[in-house]
Design a binder for this molecule. Sequence first.
Ligand code: AMP
Length: 460
Amino acid sequence: MTFDDLGLSPNLLAAIKDAGYTSPTPIQAGAIPVALTGRDVLGIAQTGTGKTASFTLPLIERLSRGRARARMPRSLILCPTRELADQVAQNVRLYAKNHKLTMALLIGGVAFQPQKEILDKGADILIATPGRLLDHFERGGLMLMGIEIMVVDEADRMLDMGFIPDIEKIFSLVPPRRQTLFFSATMPNEIVRIVNTFLKDPERIEVSRPAQTAETIKQYIVRVSDGSPKGKRAALRASINRDNVKNGIVFCNRKRDVDVVARSLQRHGFSAAPIHGDLAQAQRMKTLEDFKSGAVRILVASDVAARGLDIPAVSHVFNFDIPRNADDYVHRIGRTGRAGLTGESVTLVTGEDKKALDAVSRLIGGEPETLVLDGVKAPQGEPAKDDAANADESGEKPARSRSRGGRSRKGGADKPAEARKPANDTASKEKPRGREHRDDIEPAGFGDHVPDFLLRSALG
Ligand code: AMP
């Protein structure tokens, strides 16, 4: 299938070509033709599947006829976070470059007056976080009865963040005769209820979850006997110092640890930066840009901050803490192994993490391979290299890693072959890693290559 088959106009096809895409991803192939007919869409898809284009392209197409009226935007895209809203806006700019459509962005941290001026003149596309949108609405600067198309992106994350009452309110303010394009990675009961209440006979399009993409992700755990923050930070450094780590995201469960871990990595000479909700918007955007350009090699993040960020081609995901919720594990590791590239995840596991590890193992169908790193002592009875002396914070030692094939694995036979392989030769060569190691970062995006795992569910 090509983009020409989807019913898009030449202007859009030209913009898509300029973006470097050759064929639609499954969510695009499924959602675009339906959305173009004006029907409601329920898209069940994760970040990384190309879902943003699956709603922005038909939205632009349908808005290309007609004009916005003052203070009455014609379409509304709701996003859970400012970063996600900003990324959607970047997508719209890219795809609508051959159209004369106006766009306003209502998110925290963006100067209000210029956005208000666009709204006053008439915006075709309004991109907003729910709280900000309602603020503006309540102050009277905005009317929602002109909305022809409403998009809800990452609805399940809206639920996690407590936005459902806001979403219900917004649904009650837009005209009933509108088209709704609704996206969620998962379908908890509360989201099913919203869909049943506010969508009209939607076409449901579901594409594979990251768990099914695991053939491109090698998953490891590192058992850490010293479960203190200091012991874990030493284990994290040893994990990052492995040979094939180009760039990565370190996930922490708590916001305050994000800063502590990022500072500790910086002190040890790593190019690292934190990203979490307490940082100023401008700072978060800059950090994200630096990470995308390769100026920052390691991003330290919380789940909420990382959700929805468009960060393709990460070679590694590190779980400084194993997530409390096993689903988050799948979301986190889905940051690597994208676009058909191989990636690795390394999860630090202390003696206290047994329950969480069991939950993750149940979800992914077996425990990840145990990786043994020099200087990281495993709890007694677990595989370890007896070298506790290195496990302090005394700087960056070259790390060597080996795997004990399957020593602690349960039910590993269910796992994809790639994930069952022991840490391979790339992990066993010794080479010190320092702050200079950034020249080899892959460029972001799929380019013109659409990975097989994305195509599979569209065709099958
Ligand atoms: P998303 O799931 O919308 O966050 O998109 C993930 C990444 O895929 C983004 O970097 C997009 O630029 C890229 N992308 C979207 N659609 C395509 C396509 N048809 N071909 C190649 N890359 C794409």
